[in-house]
Write a protein that binds this ligand. Sequence first.
Ligand code: SF4
Length: 354
Amino acid sequence: MSNSLVYSRLYKWYESNRRVLPWRETEDAYAIWLSEIILQQTRVAQGMDYYLRFIARWPKVEDLAAADEAAVLREWQGLGYYSRARNMHKAAQMIVARGWAPFPTRFEDIRSLPGVGDYTAGAIASFAYNQPFPAMDGNVYRVVARLMDIDEAFDTTAGKKLFHRHIEQLLDTDNPRLFNSSIMEFGALYCTPTLGDNCSSCPLQAHCIAFAHGTAALLPLRKPRPALRNRWFDYHIYIKTQGGNALNSTDEITTLLCKREDPHDIWYHLYEFPCEELSEDPVVTRPRSASQHAKPICTFTHVLSHQRIHARFFIHRVSEFPVISGAFCVAWKELDDFALSRLTLRALDSIYHQ
Ligand code: SF4
């Protein structure tokens, strides 16, 4: 394959089709890093607001390093995968402590930051400094798998090495910034998981081995995913009122909140209503507690990357709060001040709309 022909066709497509994204219009490594962390496992449309809010509130790495972790988690609320926010905050503090501000310039230093893997380090080094490192995100794996007709899963150790060898041969070392931007955008917008008719007028069709072999729609391959772990959470929303009753007439209502404190479990340092985790599905086993005879106000199946949470929310109107380890009393109108788990936000949304 002639790489120079691939480059010229790819760059021509990119110039005509690329989206204008604020983090692609800057060479500020800090801003690019923020965008890359926010966009991990998040769609551009959803991540855009978060990026703009973060960069407005903490315009430099020193600002983010000096922020409270609780404020960072609060700003992150709703994006999920909260370890990304905690790692981002730790990384900002590391950058300042090591004298790397405004941002490290060596690939090895960028790669050493918490929450930064090969992809993110390559993206920052190439987009900010035009250094010749590949940036292999899911879109690039798909394009490379199809261009080279690679029938090895890309998410195994052997597969990653194989793909890495291919992308190193394909990378435009004279224009790494342009190459990485173009191939990522091409995968995001054109060589998509559902190809439709795109291959028939694809600018890279003549260079695409999977197209020639008729295998494009089958690629890329990934290793089988492990079964999701099921968990059953019963949440108890204790309501103490001084006057009004409705949860959206909030003045004198108080409730109990808990902070999740297990660093090895989901939603570390996020807040939620007191939670009782059950060892098995309460719907198919005999009820074990009085609360399980009550009717939940809402139920959700909340899917995370490795777990499926079956949640029920019960409302208890009380004159005195029960004593629950770790629980503390808050005014209902102040719930917004806490970094709540996405599941808790879903429950609140459902309750407000009933
Ligand atoms: S021919 Fe189809 S599979 Fe190959 S690069 Fe183009 S869009 Fe992707």
